[in-house]
Design a protein around this ligand. Structure first.
Ligand SMILES: [Zn+2]
Ligand SMILES: [Zn+2]
Length: 361
């Protein structure tokens, strides 16, 4: 009995010892966690502390992941859209060659056949050439060496001089000479600037012309094909072969796609044509509009320093120095460079020559 009591007392003593030890360890652990928490808190504060922090900085920081996502994901959107443009255009060309051309050759008069062959191929060559040049030509960037140019302002992102008409592209993450816009979601996956602005506009123009041409010349065929498709669901159904059904559907697809693109791209082309007539880029339109309103309030009139008059603006934009250039540089594929370097904006030679007599008077 005594031995049992002694054993019980020994176990109790051991248990109490353990509890005392556990409490000590627990306190130590809590102290360590507290220290770690204070250290982490201090680290975070020292990393985030900025005497210039304000609401804008906090908002910018919160939006940083979204900017990153837009920058990185939309790059791939651009590639997908380029593939889509090439795929859709190729499908239209294939339908014209496989379905429409044999019909044209069989049923049209020789004069109409010559017209369709000549115009269709010329238009196609112009589209392919200008699209290829627009996506592969660099828009032009200011030189990296900072002594090379006399910038009119400083780019806050590049921390480098920014020549006149140059703007920073947030997608390319660099300054672009005579930047018009970054054409990503729609056609080019490239920035449109000084060196490829003409290619971009010409592509839009010839693509619109091609779509209008297909829509007008394919109207009769579309009407017949659409009427035929409507009869598919009659009872008893008409006896069209697989080839005839494929022809009907292809013609309807061609006409619907071409007329939709003609409308949408036609509107965009007209918009850019109006900007070129005024000697402005898409970005300058907003800047000039603000400036015009600001000066109007002061009773002054704003004058765009890069506009030489509607007709001359077109000649400068297209690079037409002499009359034969309308044929060689506008109506035929031409890889000629635009006037100037995009760093300074002197009067182009074709405009200067015309203005010389006026200046002499
Ligand atoms: Zn920049
Ligand atoms: Zn860009």
């Amino acid at each position: 009995m005594r031995s049992r009591q002694r054993m019980f007392a020994a176990v109790m003593r051991l248990l109490l010892k353990c509890l005392r030890l556990g409490r000590r360890r627990r306190f130590k652990l809590v102290r360590q966690v507290e220290q770690l928490w204070h250290y982490g808190h201090l680290c975070l504060h020292s990393l985030l502390y900025n005497s210039f922090t304000n609401g804008d900085v906090v908002l910018d920081s919160l939006f940083e992941p979204i900017y990153w996502l837009v920058d990185h994901v939309t790059r791939w959107f651009g590639v997908v859209f380029v593939a889509l443009v090439i795929g859709l255009t190729s499908s239209i060309v294939a339908i014209v060659y496989i379905c429409l051309l044999p019909l044209i050759l069989q049923t049209y008069t020789p004069a109409w056949i010559c017209w369709h062959l000549a115009y269709g191929h010329w238009n196609l060559i112009m589209i392919v050439f200008h699209y290829y040049m627009a996506i592969t030509t660099s828009p032009g960037y200011p030189p990296q060496a900072k002594d090379d140019l006399t910038g009119v302002s400083i780019c806050r992102k590049c921390i480098a001089p920014k020549p006149a008409r140059t703007h920073h592209c947030s997608i390319c993450n660099r300054c672009v000479l005579k930047m018009d816009h970054h054409c990503q979601a729609a056609w080019l996956n490239n920035c449109v600037g000084h060196y490829n602005h003409r290619y971009f506009f010409s592509f839009c123009l010839f693509m619109t012309m091609g779509c209008i041409y297909c829509s007008i010349s394919g109207w009769e065929m579309f009407r017949d094909a659409y009427t035929a498709i409507e009869t598919y669901y009659q009872t008893p159904p008409p006896t069209f072969s697989f080839r005839q059904r494929a022809f009907h559907k292809s013609v309807v697809y061609l006409w619907v796609l071409c007329s939709s693109v003609a409308l949408a791209l036609g509107a965009l082309t007209l918009w850019h044509a109006a900007l070129i007539t005024r000697g402005e880029t898409s970005i300058e339109r907003h800047i000039n509009k603000k400036e015009r309103q600001r000066l109007q309030k002061k009773g002054k009139v704003f004058r765009n320093p890069y506009s030489y008059g509607g007709w001359d603006n077109w000649k400068v934009f297209l690079g037409v120095d002499v009359p034969r250039h309308w044929l060689t540089r506008v109506l035929l594929p031409s890889p000629h460079l635009p006037h100037g370097t995009g760093l300074s904006w002197d009067l182009p030679p074709c405009v200067a020559e015309q203005r010389a007599p006026l200046l002499a008077i």
